[in-house]
Design a protein around this ligand. Structure first.
Ligand SMILES: [Fe+2]
Ligand SMILES: [Fe+2]
Length: 222
């Protein structure tokens, strides 16, 4: 997608899927491009209370900028990329985030700004993500690689579970004041919030690649 195609009536998900670098812009403006990506850009900006012209300006400035998170174009390679770059990363990083959150909640229990309940939320996210990713790896992705089967039902199920992951991210933002460190936060707290910001970025990019890039390739023609 080039500049002139950054139409305000295109959906956020369509733009994210076709304009390199757009996901960075959407993150900056707080526009949800993964779970709520089926909303037109002007409507998404209105709902979020951000200036549409500013968003369009930032998108237009991307023309010609290389996509730092470029995913492979071919479906089998895209699936392998999602597995290696996102599934394995969530599995590697979430246990440490849970440990850090437990430490911060315990050590700073007396502070009113401690993210109380964060470790439990992360634990819930880790176990739901694990079940979800296992279904993709054992059932959906192999079926996609084989081809031939109608996949509408499992894809609808995965999209529904992505909405739940998005809901967890919103809870995480609420608990952590938008992943903003309070003054006087210790090193562990700092490490925790840096890790949470990365988790948020990774999970949104992961869901975006599935919802807006991979799954539409298996949509039945209307
Ligand atoms: Fe996935
Ligand atoms: Fe998924």
């Amino acid at each position: 997608m080039t500049n002139d195609l950054v139409a305000r009536h295109a959906t956020v998900g369509e733009i994210a899927a076709s304009l390199p670098g757009a996901t960075d812009v959407f993150r900056r403006f707080g526009l949800d491009f993964c779970c709520k990506g089926d909303v037109a850009l002007d409507e998404a900006a209105r709902r979020r209370g951000v200036d549409l012209a500013e968003v369009e300006g930032a998108l237009s400035a991307l023309d010609g900028v290389a996509d730092r998170t470029a995913a492979p174009a071919a479906t089998p390679a895209l699936i392998d990329h999602i597995f290696a770059r996102y599934h394995e990363t969530h599995r590697r990083e979430l246990p440490e985030l849970i440990r850090l959150a437990r430490t911060v909640e315990k050590v700073h229990a007396a502070r009113s700004d401690v993210p109380r309940g964060l470790a439990d939320l992360l634990q819930r996210m880790a176990s739901e993500l694990e079940q979800h990713m296992a279904k993709e790896e054992l059932i959906l992705f192999p079926a996609m690689k084989r081809g031939g089967l109608p996949l509408d039902a499992p894809i609808a199920c995965m999209r529904h579970e992505h909405d739940d992951h998005g809901e967890h991210l919103r809870e995480l933002e609420t608990l952590t004041d938008g992943i903003t460190l309070p003054s006087g936060a210790c090193r562990t707290w700092q490490a925790l919030y840096a890790g949470l910001a990365k988790l948020q970025d990774d999970l949104m990019e992961h869901i975006h690649l599935e919802n807006n890039v991979l799954f539409p390739r298996f949509a039945r023609p209307a």
